[in-house]
Design a protein around this ligand. Structure first.
Ligand SMILES: [Fe+2]
Length: 183
């Protein structure tokens, strides 16, 4: 495995929550690819702020990724504890989707020495849910996982979300709105 792969695993240990090895490898590969296409080093990734829209926010993009993946897992586990077989949920798809959903931000934004990140040319045409699907598609991630990335944000409002996509969408918005994010 590459050095970037190892560094990513260290920065986002939640990849290891994905039990299926192939699914885990493909999800990490989407990140390796995203870093390369967007021109990011793992070191620059640590300086990427969570949001450029919320002034004065000192939360990093990586903290957001990790917190929302963990929240998704917790919501899954709580629901399964209470409803058991009455509810069909795929934990691996959920975590993979949670970790895929924002990888497209590596293409929507580019590294910036001062602010950590700034809008990239690509981002003028495609918001990250689309780029995330593209990066996941290249790796052959299943539709159930691509779906979570595709509909996680406002673009998915009109589309019927899967149970896993509902969980991630809400976890994501808890993390966004609790720090003052809108819509
Ligand atoms: Fe997102």
């Amino acid at each position: 495995m590459s050095e970037v792969y190892d560094q990513l695993n260290e920065l986002i240990p939640e990849f290891n929550e994905i039990q299926d090895e192939q699914l885990r490898e493909k999800t990490i590969a989407a990140w390796v690819d995203g870093l390369q296409r967007g021109g990011w080093t793992p070191q620059q990734l640590t300086k990427f702020p969570f949001s450029l829209l919320i002034e004065g926010l000192e939360i990093s993009f990586l903290e957001h990724i990790r917190a929302t993946a963990k929240m998704s897992a917790s919501i899954h586990d709580t629901l399964k504890e209470h409803y058991g077989d009455k509810l069909s949920l795929n934990r691996d798809y959920l975590i993979a989707g949670a970790l895929l959903a924002d990888v497209g931000k590596l293409m929507e934004y580019q590294p910036d020495d001062v602010k950590g990140a700034r809008k990239a040319e690509h981002g003028n045409y495609l918001r990250h849910p689309f780029s995330s699907v593209g990066l996941g598609w290249v790796q052959g991630l299943p539709d159930e996982v691509l779906h979570i990335a595709a509909v996680h944000s406002k673009e998915g409002k009109e589309f019927r979300r899967s149970p896993e996509a509902i969980i991630f969408h809400h976890a994501d918005f808890v993390d966004f709105q609790i720090f003052g994010g809108g819509y």
